[in-house]
Design a protein around this ligand. Structure first.
Ligand SMILES: C[C@](O)(CO)[C@H](O)COP(=O)(O)OP(=O)(O)OC[C@H]1O[C@@H](n2ccc(N)nc2=O)[C@H](O)[C@@H]1O
Ligand SMILES: Nc1ncnc2c1ncn2[C@@H]1O[C@H](COP(=O)(O)OP(=O)(O)OP(=O)(O)O)[C@@H](O)[C@H]1O
Length: 289
């Protein structure tokens, strides 16, 4: 049998860090939403017991380092599944970009294998398993729009933001999430108004959403990679309504309300960056279909 799952990227509209925890993770409070930029994950039964990763992207590991591999292994071990599986990942989401590409592939694998192997698990149960793979995986199991707390794995669903366009530009560097958190100075953080962002989303107040966007990891990555700041400046200059780095970076995204303004931002950025995308904000929980 064969199962196909869509694995969309996320952006963080607001990302705050509250403190460093005893387990070395950071306590976060952030607003995540899915966008219409997705990998495709295809799961096909194998006649022998092996987890095989097929990907034609040279930056994607094809062994146990792949988060989709880890998702399949977790389900096999936890539920005693003695079957083999081929996981083909068609990458569209740039790798090590701050867009949760690997996490979304893992989440898609959890959802797809739940169907293929008739495990009967709920999304809440899959999200709990996902947290064992990585902090962003739980959100990716559901998609939609959420306030994420804890180390990112405690998900509170909220309304989707109003429809708009998202332009993404990724410089040709990959960023290590662990390094960015390690270099964050908790004492000098300027905290974004995450509660205000939730209120703005629920009021569908696009201008207020734009004015409240903030990410405390941005200054860390900008110091390590000044080109991220240049891309932010260019995106603003070409007319995006609001501009922010996603997650630990280095991808920068800009919100654009009117389609007529989109070509100028998109084409302008193409002059600076190889990887530029213009996509819709999804934000709805049924956007995985
Ligand atoms: C930056 C974000 O993408 C925002 O959505 C996430 O917070 C990171 O999520 P992720 O990539 O799934 O992160 P994980 O794979 O769980 O952790 C990678 C590393 O990042 C650091 N890390 C991650 C999440 C968190 N709340 N605190 C941390 O300090 C830890 O050093 C950890 O070893
Ligand atoms: N399925 C996968 N797709 C891409 N990278 C993967 C995958 N599985 C493991 N990786 C490894 O994970 C690293 C981070 O890649 P990923 O694209 O998930 O980063 P990210 O978007 O910054 O994640 P996040 O936003 O959750 O911090 C890569 O360098 C790669 O070696």
């Amino acid at each position: 049998m064969r199962v196909l799952e869509k694995a969309p990227a996320k952006i963080n509209l607001s990302l705050d860090v509250l403190h460093k925890r005893k387990d070395c993770f950071h306590e976060v409070k952030m607003i995540m939403t899915t966008i219409d930029l997705a990998d495709r994950v295809e799961l096909v039964d194998l006649p022998f017991e092996e987890i095989r990763i097929v990907s034609h992207n040279r930056f994607v590991p094809d062994d146990q380092r792949n988060l989709a591999y880890q998702a399949a292994k977790l389900l096999k071990d936890r539920f005693g599944i003695r079957k083999g599986i081929s996981i083909s990942i068609t990458k569209t989401i740039p790798v090590a970009a701050g867009l949760a590409g690997g996490s979304s592939d893992a989440a898609a694998t959890l959802r797809g294998l739940n169907r293929l192997w008739n495990l009967g698990l709920t999304l809440d149960e899959l999200a709990e398993l996902g947290a064992e793979i990585g902090s962003d995986v739980s959100f990716c199991v559901y998609g939609g729009t959420a306030l994420a707390t804890g180390r990112g794995e405690i998900i509170h669903h909220i309304d989707p933001p109003p429809h708009c366009w998202v332009v993404l530009a990724k410089p040709t560097i990959g960023v290590s999430t662990a390094d960015v958190y390690k270099n964050l100075n908790i004492n000098t953080i300027k905290h974004p108004d995450v509660d205000g962002m939730i209120a703005a989303i629920e009021a569908r107040d696009y201008d207020q959403i734009c004015s409240l966007m903030g990410n405390v990891l941005e200054s860390v990555t900008l110091t390590m990679y000044p080109e991220v700041g240049n891309i932010k400046d260019q995106m603003k200059r070409f007319g995006a309504d609001a501009v922010l780095m996603s997650g630990s970076g280095p991808t920068v995204f800009g919100l654009v309300q009117y389609e007529s303004r989109l070509p100028r931002v998109y084409n302008g950025l193409r002059g600076f960056c190889d990887q530029v995308f213009a996509v819709r904000m999804l934000g709805e929980r049924n956007s995985l279909d």
